[in-house]
Unconditional design. Structure first.
Length: 652
């Protein structure tokens, strides 16, 4: 234009236009740009130099906005399209004058890139505040290509492709990309560039890279605040519903089971009124943190409103899975909340739960159903929870009642071992007892088939077996102290306990605490115990056998253990499962299996015991095949210790 910066500073752009009409048109189009979502104006105009000569130009105008999206400055790049303007200023001189002046006022950088006629890319100019970010250690200039080298690896090919396509069409480029400066924080750039063709076939891009990091951070913060609860940081209801919808869209109704829950915190209004809103807010934040801690992979929590939270959990199959999910949610309020001032607050909650796919497969539907279940739970405070499927809630309530009763029975020592005699098939003499746990409860004892599996499911089996072993060891010691001859008394152990580290040491310490001789105690393991971690199982059994504990494999024939494994275990007895014994009189194939098992076990140095013997014909057949012993109702049921004592004879 022929002006110095000082002559133009503080004025308007009227002097750059040939007439008032052209200036007015430029103003109208600029105003339209301010109202446009893109904030970008690209046009071809006639403009006027200081000496009064007019020339055709290409204008690229971009408005720079603040954090709230209001324009506060404009960047205008003007290119002379006249023959006199084409190439009359070498790029290096242009960079030292016009572009240098622009770059000094930009939150970013200006650049120039050239693609020669033979396809070579040259980055010929880079200036502006961004240069110090790209090369903070450089005392002088920096390689102009540094801008593109430091683009995020995922964004660089996108930028290169857009510039290439724009160069073919001579179209304006506008896109956002991330910059990763060496040792610095990520910078968001808005890249604007206008290509033009030179007479020699080269393409030149004049562009700028504006630092819009604050703008993007403000946008991200706005999105976060729109989708998350400001107090707890959890997703709000809208975000929770959208995320749940996405997850349900990917779920397989034949394989996946999900629980969607509403959690309503009790007495929050009273707490706020008595202790202040700040304490109430602290409790809600702690509750949100606890809720996140009980979540597993692919699960989520949210805050619906006020003192009501949302949760989505993955549920294993069956009632046990639903019970596990419920227990995890109830754990959130099991312990008191310890506040920053040292004060503790104990609160309860009500739970409403709906299940996918049982109750539906849409996010809003499941959330609505869990809210309905919550209303029902709040009307039944003695329950504290409700499932949308009422019969499931009733079944789980019964299950939790049994679980609590079992826990109390174990802690109170109510459960006790009964002793079923094991006799020699040769002469009918007593050769052992099997200790079987019983739960006496009024006139209707709880069947072992009900409470033993429950103990395994809820993690009480270890406590149960420890109780039984201690009672048996104490009883054996007491009988011996009375001068009675006590045969081996066998106790059972679960696969879970056997595979836990230190099992042999715990077993030994229980015997020592009761003063029982290891040789008087037997241990029965199930065949299925051998299927998992065989080496650890063998090590534990060898340890116990070395201390004199008699070992038997129980329920043999019902699992899939390899016979070759039995050779490597220090077993003293093989017990034939009652299902085989029951079929002796009716199934020739099962009789053949027993006929094969007896000599095989005896060849391995094991005695053979048949379980579930109920008839004289079964006993006679087993005796004729060389079976060593039997137990079952033919000889007697499991008896309490006082009645089992009658089987014992004085020693000596």
């Amino acid at each position: 234009f022929g002006y110095s910066p000082a002559e133009l500073a503080g004025g308007t752009t009227r002097v750059l236009h040939p007439g008032e009409d052209q200036f007015q048109a430029f103003g109208e189009r600029s105003e339209a740009t301010m109202l446009s979502p893109r904030n970008l104006y690209h046009a071809h105009l006639w403009m006027q130099r200081r000496d009064g000569s007019a020339f055709p130009s290409e204008n690229l105008v971009h408005l720079i906005t603040d954090d709230e999206g209001r324009p506060f400055a404009g960047l205008s790049v003007v290119r002379d399209l006249s023959e006199a303007g084409q190439g009359q200023v070498p790029p290096e001189e242009f960079g030292a004058s016009g572009m240098q002046g622009i770059s000094g006022h930009l939150p970013g950088a200006v650049f120039q890139r050239v693609r020669t006629a033979d396809g070579e890319i040259r980055n010929t100019y880079l200036a502006g505040d961004l240069v110090r970010t790209l090369a903070p250690e450089a005392a002088g200039g920096v390689d102009p290509g540094r801008l593109f080298e430091c683009l995020h690896p995922a964004d660089r090919p996108i930028v290169e492709t857009e510039l290439k396509h724009a160069g073919r069409r001579l179209a304006t480029v506008e896109l956002d990309a991330r910059l990763l400066p060496p040792g610095g924080d990520l910078v968001w750039l808005r890249i604007l560039a206008q290509p033009h063709r030179l007479d020699d076939g080269s393409t030149v891009w004049d562009g700028c890279a504006l630092d819009i990091t604050r703008e993007r951070e403000a946008q991200e913060l706005a999105r976060y605040l729109a989708s998350h609860d400001a107090l707890t940081g959890l997703p709000n209801r809208i975000e929770f519903v959208e995320a749940l919808g996405r997850l349900l869209g990917e779920a397989d109704s034949d394989r996946d089971r999900l629980a969607v829950a509403h959690l309503d915190v009790h007495r929050m209004m009273a707490l706020n009124e008595a202790r202040g809103a700040a304490m109430g807010d602290e409790v809600l934040c702690q509750a949100a943190h606890r809720l996140e801690q009980v979540l597993g992979p692919g699960e989520m929590a949210g805050r619906a409103y006020s003192d009501v939270f949302l949760a989505m959990l993955r549920v294993p199959p069956g009632e046990a899975g639903s019970a596990e999910a419920l227990a995890r949610l109830q754990a959130v309020f099991r312990e008191p909340f310890v506040l920053s001032g040292g004060e503790t607050v104990t609160l309860d909650m009500s739970l409403g739960i709906a299940l996918f796919p049982d109750n539906g497969d849409a996010a809003e539907l499941l959330i609505g159903e869990s809210n309905t279940a919550l209303d029902r739970a709040k009307r039944q405070p003695e329950l504290s929870y409700a499932f949308y499927q009422e019969d499931l809630g009733a079944r789980l309530q019964g299950r939790f009642t049994r679980e609590q009763a079992l826990r109390e029975a174990i802690d109170g020592g109510i459960l006790e071992p009964f002793y079923q005699p094991q006799v020699s098939l040769a002469d009918g003499s007593l050769i052992g007892f099997e200790a079987l746990v019983r739960w006496p409860e009024g006139d209707a004892p709880v069947p072992p088939g009900e409470f033993v599996p429950l103990a395994e499911e809820v993690g009480l089996i270890g406590s149960l077996e420890t109780l039984v072993l201690a009672r048996v060891a104490g009883q054996v010691t007491a009988w011996a102290g009375e001068g009675l001859t006590v045969p081996v008394v066998a106790v059972n152990t679960s696969a879970k306990q056997l595979h836990q580290g230190g099992f042999a040491n715990r077993f030994r310490r229980s015997l020592e605490a009761a003063g029982a001789e290891p040789g008087r105690i037997g241990l029965e393991i199930t065949e299925s115990s051998l299927l998992e971690d065989f080496e650890a199982t063998r090590a534990a059994l060898e340890d116990l056998a070395g201390r004199g504990v008699k070992l038997a494999i129980d329920d043999f024939g019902t699992g899939f253990s390899s016979l070759s494994r039995l050779v490597h275990l220090p077993l003293h007895m093989l017990k034939i499962d009652r299902s085989f014994v029951r079929a002796i009189e009716s199934d020739a194939r099962q009789r053949s299996i027993i006929e094969g098992l007896i000599p095989m076990a005896q060849a391995l140095g094991m005695a053979v015991m048949a379980e579930g013997v109920e008839t004289r014909a079964q006993a006679d057949w087993l005796r004729s095949r060389g079976c060593d012993g039997a137990q079952g109702f033919l000889y007697g049921p499991a008896l309490p210790a006082a009645e089992a004592r009658a089987w014992l004879t004085p020693s000596g």
